[in-house]
Design a protein around this ligand. Sequence first.
Ligand code: SF4
Ligand code: F3S
Length: 108
Amino acid sequence: TYVVTEACVKCKYTDCVDVCPVDCFKEGPNFLVIDPDECIDCTLCVAECPVEAIYAEDDVPAGQEVYIELNAQLSKHPNWKTIVEKKDPLPDHADWSGVKDKLQYLDK
Ligand code: SF4
Ligand code: F3S
């Protein structure tokens, strides 16, 4: 399965959702996740993300392994709904892209 990692937090560009053939992205307030039960490993979303937030589960960068479990958990969150169409990124996305250690800012 593929996993959304910290670069997405507070940016949420949403380019990724347009290409997913099985609609497995779920949207929270300032982050998206991939439902591991739905992802078919097509890899299409990886190249779409402008901040390179998406990795194969086995290639998640060191220190970001927590996002594997977060994608699994939050994809089942009752308030996180399927998103299938690109929309505007968060208003201050430019200020937050490239910022490290954004886990603390992830709203659920
Ligand atoms: Fe969807 Fe393919 Fe990305 Fe999985 S790898 S989330 S199936 S676009
Ligand atoms: Fe997030 Fe990148 Fe998609 S910032 S919403 S994973 S395009």
